[in-house]
Write a protein that binds this ligand. Structure first.
Ligand code: NDP
Length: 282
């Protein structure tokens, strides 16, 4: 059984990004990511701090606009418009969730697709679905694909099951596996026989948000198991959506939680940002 070490792969990806950032700097382009945070959600504050620290590590300049929770939507849209027009800003990221009075979709849609560091803009989502290359892709599924590549798992011809159909993980994950010629099934809360679906999967990606919902005994012998879930138990322990020990006993390869997909998501944001900078520097 191979443990797919997300921390190690993320470190490799960061090294690659740092090289690209330096190459751009040598051509007079300083890669920049701007993060917009609204209100005082404690988890958002931690995430943004982590993202800024990652930027610093690879030489990307990060700027944070921290606005009060009472900020009007029009004001937020005006800020996005200014950032869209600012040549020093290559990537824009709006940290979610936004306060209730703000229409999240309207804000995400206002980000220029050419500066969309998260890959959530409808243009970029559409580009993924019809196979336009060179546009930013959602970080979590992009990180999973890199993990599969590093583990030398070729999805071609394999049965892949994605459990979860969110816009940020499940759906783009399914599109990326399909692009790489897997036979893809998407399961969700109304799926009739989840155990049966899991039992047929050569590649299983769990993105549910329910601690150890996928039982190890369901996993097909020799399957590759990617656990996106991050669930905090009452005792503070972080666990995935898959019963790790029992699944690891059957799997050919598996990602741990923590130290699996999480670090890859963070690393892929840096990849998206430097790729956006390269596009304008061309
Ligand atoms: P969402 O809550 O948006 O989506 C969860 C999905 O799981 C939904 O499609 C839902 O189905 C499905 N689901 C819920 N219950 C069941 C069930 N009993 N059986 C089958 N499917 C079920 O979550 P996200 O996609 O945003 O995140 C999923 C998990 O991944 C979370 O734990 C989150 O913390 C983690 N995450 C981790 C990241 C990382 O970097 N490691 C990044 C992003 C997320 P339905 O659509 O029918 O409601």
């Amino acid at each position: 059984m191979i443990l797919i070490d997300g921390k190690q792969i993320a470190a490799k990806v960061k090294g690659e990004v740092a090289t690209e950032v330096r190459a751009l700097a040598a051509r007079g382009v300083q890669t920049g990511l701007t993060v917009v945070r609204v209100g005082d959600d404690p988890a958002s504050a931690i995430y943004v701090r982590g993202k800024r620290k990652d930027c610093e590590e690879v030489g990307i300049t990060s700027v944070e606009h921290h606005l009060p929770a009472t900020t009007a939507q029009a004001e937020l849209l005006a800020l996005i418009a200014r950032l869209n027009a600012d040549p020093a800003v290559h990537g824009i990221l709006v940290q979610l969730p936004l306060p209730k009075h703000v229409d999240e979709r309207a804000v995400l849609d206002a980000i220029s697709p050419a500066k969309d560091a998260d890959g959530f803009h409808p243009f970029n989502v559409g580009a993924l679905s019809i196979g336009i290359a060179g546009v930013p892709r959602p970080c979590t599924p992009a990180g999973v694909m890199r993990m599969l590549d590093e583990a030398k798992v070729d999805p071609k011809g394999k049965r892949a099951l994605v459990v979860g159909r969110s816009n940020i993980v499940g759906k783009p994950m399914a599109m990326m596996l399909l692009e790489r010629h897997a036979t893809v099934t998407i399961a969700h809360s109304r799926t009739a026989d989840l155990a049966g679906e899991v039992g047929r999967a050569d590649i299983l990606v769990a993105a549910i948000g329910k601690a150890e919902l996928v039982k190890g005994a369901w996993v097909k012998e020799g399957a590759v198991v990617i656990d996106v879930g991050m669930n905090r138990l009452a005792d503070g322990k972080l666990v995935g959506d898959v019963e790790f020990a029992a699944a690891a006993a059957r799997a050919a390869a598996i990602t741990p939680v923590p130290g699996g997909v999480g670090p890859m998501t963070r690393a892929m944001l840096l990849v998206n940002t430097v790729e956006l900078a390269k596009r304008v520097a061309r």
